[in-house]
Design a protein. Structure first.
Lengths: 349, 349
DNA sequence: ATGAAAGCGCTAACAA
DNA sequence: TTGTTAGCGCTTTCAT
């Protein structure tokens, strides 16, 4: 009878004693397992309620499931992530699964630790949103537990993939700008310093597609990219860099709304009006983009559907599916007031 | 020799065998515990590296610590939360503690489940950001494990509190508007339907302080409040309600930036210019507020310091402190272009 | 300084 | 249908 520092929690043994049954019986009731009479079930449930019993997750983890889904998020600032989580929660509602979130943080090392933390805590399934660790690491995780990767365009036999068709999304933006009459269209991208597998990363696809569409329209010479990061700071720096060129671009396609917001600041500081002087488009169709003072043209990729699908795939894997699945969402363009035909004197180009 | 579904993880016994020592020795090395020779430490560390061993969190939880800090967040959309988390992570960096986040979700019931999930997973410490469960629940948690509550203005012997001096913050805003010449200043607040303990909630303090300052300036009759929620939707509805009044307010103090953004949309729809027709101020000084197209006057409460302090207090409690501490941050006003003197014809009031 | 062994709360064989 | 019991991987007395 050790005196625990804090009041001892109710255990399955307490419930069993209180109900006058075995711990096995209680365990079975908890898991809705086969082989308990209605009477037994009622007695046990009553005892659970009376004692206010809740199972110790760690003890369960030692033998079975934790009823936990782990989610890796790169950060908390990207307004696209809540959409994903909303879809996930909706899908998981009523299943008894709890979601815990860890943050990847600044570098790949921090992200590795965050993923490890989830594995070490024995989550039953893991959703990795826009991970930047090497593909081998993703497969290691996928080999150990049900895993869904959201973002990167790389399929694997070891995990499911949910992704936005970033190629279509980028095409929509660049063609939209071209159809408005722009030629000097620049791009703000995200450079991942850490890793290989860049070809599969969504930021690479957006950038490469931008280049391709430009070429397809004979705008090879107008290609201008600033590779910073998908963040406000990155967008600010990228825009400053692009605006310093001569002649300056008449349109900027930022690979993420967040970067577009930073670009907006840079444009203002440079005394340039949007869209009168420079058109601006983003990606993600965040709520801020929809604010009428911002009214940013953007690409909508339905994060709710993506998150919900990720949840469904995770549950399927937990239930035993071993084959690999890829789910692709087709994005749509949401034109707003931040994009318009280029100013007249542009013809100097 | 049960064949686990997936490849069995390396355990402490494997490490012990590999190093030719006891599991006790390995455990001690892991925890930097007293009573291991340098030679032993080196051998064990080598074995750990060679085998790529990482402790099972759940197994540790059964006997000791989980090295986990649990954070409860109401949602992922409030741009103030990342600031808090940044401070927390910085404080925890290098301590070996991992942060896991759970989301409170829509109602108090969901929040209760989220908190339970953290308790059931035996986190070593818990940070509850703007919780809405009853105070008794907070104290229950505080009685079981090191706890810090961020937001509510209620001290307790059972947990530490980190809070913004919302009274000062609200005063700053209302006095700022009054000094600009406004009289018909309205407020958009957050009504919690679920709970008691409203008097201590930050939203109540902001609303009550608004009323008090109005009265102190003889503006009793101009008090107008729309109690919705601190969200974009809430701000939108609140503003529509306030703008429907006649005469309409010349200034709106939204209790949160998020609500101010919603109000912005409503103002635009009503064809009203900010600040020419209506001045608008928020609270939280989020990044979006700083965007030059928005340029929202707001109250800055240094979430980084709040989060960092919460982390420090948590570590102190884990190390044994039992006395209760309250830490209050004094906010500052950040005036921007969204607030200006009222339009001239206002004198009809 | 080192190790043997008990036990944390639960689940799953296996018996009854 | 119900109960007994052996662990899961770790920490922690308590011997040595």
């Amino acid at each position: 009878m050790t005196t625990r520092e804090r009041r001892r929690r109710v255990t399955i043994a307490d419930v069993a004693r209180h109900a006058g049954v075995s711990t096995t019986a209680v365990s079975k009731v908890l898991r809705n397992a086969y082989g308990v009479s209605a009477a037994m079930r009622d007695r046990v449930k009553a005892a659970i309620d009376e004692l206010g019993y809740r199972p110790h997750a760690s003890a369960r983890a030692m033998r079975g499931r934790t009823y936990t889904i782990g989610v890796l998020l790169p950060d908390l600032r990207n307004p696209f992530f809540p959409e994903i989580l909303d879809g996930l929660y909706e899908q998981l509602d009523g299943t008894g699964y709890q979601v815990i979130i860890v943050l990847g943080g600044r570098d790949a090392k921090a992200e590795t630790r965050a993923i490890d933390a989830l594995v070490d805590r024995q989550v039953d399934g893991m959703l990795m949103v826009a991970p930047r660790v090497p593909r081998t690491r993703l497969e290691e995780v996928g080999g150990q537990l049900p895993t869904v990767v959201l973002g990167p365009h790389e399929k694997s036999a070891l995990y499911d993939a949910v992704l936005d068709d970033d190629e279509i999304g980028a095409e929509l933006v660049v063609r939209h700008l071209i159809s408005l009459g722009h030629r000097r269209i620049a791009h703000i991208g995200h450079r991942e310093n850490a890793g290989r597998r860049t070809a599969a990363m969504l930021q690479t696809i957006r950038a490469v597609t931008y280049e391709r569409v430009m070429r397809e329209h004979g705008l090879d010479d107008e290609i201008a990219m600033a590779m910073t990061t998908y963040s406000e700071e990155g967008g600010y720096e990228g825009a400053r860099e692009l605006l310093a060129r001569s002649p300056r671009p008449t349109a900027i396609f930022a690979g993420a709304d967040l970067a577009a917001f930073g670009a907006l600041t840079a444009l203002h500081e440079a005394g340039l009006a949007v869209p009168a002087d420079v058109s601006l488009a983003g990606y993600d169709n965040t709520r801020t983009a929809a604010l009428s003072d911002i009214s940013l043209t953007s690409v909508d990729q339905d994060g709710g559907v993506m998150g919900g699908t990720a949840g469904r795939l995770l549950l399927e894997r937990i239930e035993g599916r071993t084959s690999s699945v890829t789910f692709s969402v087709t994005p749509t363009l949401v034109p707003r007031r931040s994009t318009a035909p280029p100013p007249a004197e542009t013809r100097t180009a």
